[in-house]
Design a protein around this ligand. Structure first.
Ligand SMILES: Cc1ncc(COP(=O)(O)O)c(C=O)c1O
Length: 465
């Protein structure tokens, strides 16, 4: 691998960080084996047309992340090889090795195993801590873990006391806990007409009647929400106001105020799923700030730091903690203390923010690549989004494109996957570019989609009379 050269296309920002990110992506994609040697600083600098100092800074950054090491006589070598993980991405296609599965909303791969190793090493020296990780802890989370949650929520502009925060095993569990605390079987719950599919699973489990609300490019329409509430009791609204899954819509400040106003008028609780927010910078304040007395704010570290840690936080209105804790107790007794301890340390010592910054840069680079590849097509994909929402040109239908893409080794999700109810679904598909193992695979997948979009769908129904 001494001829390794990073692919920097689409990567903006300082060159040394772009090189370190590209190296991390290649490690995560399994391009290296542990021990592989990297080019010397001078060679790589010459090949890339950058200064030796830039390469040295890039390697130093990669070493800080635990990706590479260096020894006299051995040069610079790769430390972290990607484990052959049983990841979720589909292995059951006809040709699984060649399937690029872009159906899951994964954050782009990051190679942070060595950072985790260091944290676990630090923890290993503290036997009292280890003992506490092996024991039952308060169902709402240990004090230190709720404090970490408060610090994480502060990044989203929410100042919430730790005792109001309940730790969950990810955002899916957070939404489940909030809705379990708020509803009884048979209750009506409003949500986006095209919604994160996890809400449909929760709705079924809790026996809820989900009502999909019409949306525009800012998400749920306040008038539609109001009309639904006027037609009968609605217990809660579930929505993702920032970088909505799947449409990528973000509600403006005015839209948030209007939605909160409808909630107040009808006394409807709001479960705000804000899991994507930190992937983008700035943005309107959380919906929860417009009607805190009705708001259940849910987030997790899954998209921003590491989904495998299963760390989520829910902040309900004052006094809701006990019901939320009861929901956690019912579903899993408590989120796993060992994982939360890792996340809490990462939040406290800045590691979580560093990983977030890396994930953000990789997400932005992939988005740039995707937009360039699909130029000329109707794509919604604001900066920070992990996926894009592709409106299909006539006469393509989502199901036909999904089938044709799958036959050519690319898996994507049709709009129907996200539809709540049987209202007409748009001719659109979701493409999760974060899930591609690396940039080369992403290029191949997007090239395939592009070719399909520029061609005619098959006429398979023509033979039917
Ligand atoms: C909008 C939304 N909410 C929640 C989740 C689940 O997150 P977690 O892994 O933290 O349970 C996802 C995962 O894709 C999501 O897209």
């Amino acid at each position: 691998m001494t001829n390794w050269a990073p692919d920097l296309a689409g990567r903006s920002g300082p060159r040394y960080l772009a090189i370190a990110d590209a190296l991390a992506a290649d490690v995560a994609a399994g391009r290296f084996h542990a021990g592989d040697r990297l080019p010397t600083h001078r060679d790589l600098a010459w090949r890339m047309g950058v200064t030796v100092g830039t390469v040295s800074r890039a390697y130093a950054e990669a070493e800080r992340r635990g990706l590479i090491g260096g020894e006299v006589g051995r040069g610079t070598y790769v430390r972290a090889a990607t484990p052959d993980d049983d990841n979720l991405l589909r292995r059951d296609a006809d040709d699984p090795d060649n399937l690029i599965d872009l159906t899951f909303n994964f954050p782009p791969p990051a190679a942070e195993g060595a950072v985790l190793a260091k944290t676990l090493e630090d923890m290993a020296g503290d036997s009292a801590l280890l003992q506490s990780c092996l024991s039952y802890r308060p169902c709402a989370g240990a004090r230190a873990h709720r404090t970490a949650g408060a610090a994480w929520l502060a990044l989203s502009g929410l100042e919430i006391a730790p005792e109001r925060i309940v730790v969950t095993a990810g955002a899916q569990h957070g939404v489940l806990s909030a809705l379990a605390a708020l509803t009884r079987p048979g209750d009506r719950v409003a949500c986006e007409a095209l919604s994160y599919p996890g809400i449909k699973l929760i709705g079924r489990l809790l026996g809820l009647r989900l009502e999909g609300l019409p949306m525009d490019n800012e998400g749920v329409l306040p008038e539609a929400f109001d009309a639904l509430c006027r037609g009968g009791e609605v217990k809660a609204l579930y929505c993702t106001p920032t970088l909505q899954n799947p449409t990528t819509a973000t509600m403006s400040t005015a839209r948030r105020a209007a939605i909160a106003e409808v909630s107040r008028r009808h006394g409807v609780a709001m479960v705000e799923d804000d899991i994507m927010r930190l992937l983008t910078e700035g943005g309107p304040p959380p919906l929860a700030t417009f009607a805190p007395e009705l708001s259940y704010y849910v987030t997790s570290l899954s998209k921003t730091v590491a989904p495998g840690l299963r760390i989520g936080f829910v902040a309900g209105p004052e006094g809701a903690e006990d019901k939320l804790a009861a929901a956690v107790r019912t579903t899993c007794w408590m989120a796993t203390p060992l994982a939360i301890e890792v996340g809490a340390r990462w939040i406290a010592d800045g590691t979580a923010r560093r990983i977030l910054a890396t994930r953000r840069r990789e997400t932005i680079a992939r988005r740039a690549r995707a937009l360039a590849a699909l130029q000329g097509h109707d794509v919604d994909c604001p900066e920070g989004s992990l996926h894009l929402w592709l409106h299909l040109p006539d006469p393509w239908r989502a199901s036909a494109l999904v089938a044709e893409a799958q036959a050519r080794g690319v898996a994507i999700a049709p709009a129907e996957t996200f539809a709540v109810g049987r209202r007409d679904t748009p001719h659109a598909v979701r493409v999760c570019f974060g899930a591609a193992p690396d940039m080369a695979a992403l290029d191949r997948a997007l090239g395939t989609l592009n070719e399909l979009l520029d061609s005619e769908p098959p006429q398979s129904l023509a033979a039917v009379v």
